[in-house]
Write a protein of this length. Structure first.
Length: 267
């Protein structure tokens, strides 16, 4: 029964996942395509970057030379596009199973069968994980494919190291969105809180880099743990970020399962 629910969740997500994967793959291919231009004009770009304060550049993910693969990917994808994509997919999938389905009366149908609430919601969680994994892999695949064509010299193994980090970030957002949807039973409120929280954490991360005395603020921001530079440039597995995102996702999903089992869906 749980497998059937999972198949249903994946089927319901297919359009969102397909088109999001196409977009991020195309974007990854695009940035990989112009990487050789940046690499061939490294000195000119580095001289230009010296005009800006280092703290300001760090705030936008430019912690080094753009010709470095890690800095390049972190600047143009990890700190720019992926937070938006992960927030969109995570908020949609995380709030759909409870708040959105309750609003349109769909949730009453599966819950009227022999499957219990916990297994039903758990199948949805697996669906979120699979969907985010597909989108993250699509982005890396597009980057590596075109990078190989243009001779960018990207290390596939090191780029793949960041996939679990990207998935973890998305799962943390999706899990929090699901928990909020269980608590509020309102998709708009849940998505709004998630969006507002991400904006606040982004600002905290920027402030922590601009003001050394406030560096501690970065530790409470999800963006602080999303850096992909060390993984791609040095081959260091981003264990800290993966652990933080995994912890948030597991705690929020577990709380969602517990809360949904007892939640009065009529209230």
């Amino acid at each position: 029964m749980s497998w059937i629910v999972l198949r249903l969740e994946l089927r319901r997500s297919r359009s969102l996942v397909l088109w999001t994967a196409v977009v991020v793959a195309a974007y990854g291919a695009f940035i990989a395509g112009f990487y050789p231009i940046i690499r061939d004009n490294t000195k000119l770009l580095d001289d230009y970057m010296k005009v800006f304060p280092k703290a300001l550049l760090a705030g936008f993910g430019m912690e080094g030379s753009l010709s470095d693969h890690g800095v390049f990917f972190n600047t143009y994808f990890s700190s720019m596009l992926w937070p938006v994509v992960a927030a969109m997919v995570g908020a949609i999938l995380g709030t759909r199973t409870v708040a959105a389905d309750l609003d349109r009366g769909f949730v009453e149908l599966p819950l009227s069968t022999r499957i219990d609430r916990v297994r039903y919601l758990a199948a949805s969680i697996w669906g979120q994980l699979v969907a985010l994994a597909i989108v993250a892999l699509a982005a890396i695949a597009g980057t590596l494919a075109v990078g190989a064509i243009v001779g960018a010299g990207f290390d596939a193994g090191r780029f793949l190291l960041v996939v679990p980090l990207l998935i973890g970030f998305g799962c943390a957002i999706s899990a929090v969105a699901m928990l909020l949807s269980v608590v509020t039973l309102n998709r708009g409120i849940s998505a709004g809180i998630v969006a507002g929280g991400l904006i606040l954490m982004y600002l905290l991360d920027i402030v922590s880099k601009l003001a050394p005395d406030l560096a501690w603020l970065g530790t409470v921001s999800a963006f602080h743990y999303l850096g992909t530079i060390a993984a791609i440039d040095e081959g260091i597995v981003p264990l800290e970020g993966m652990a933080v995102f995994a912890a948030v996702a597991v705690i929020a999903w577990t709380a969602s399962l517990w809360g949904f089992r007892r939640r009065d869906l009529v209230a």
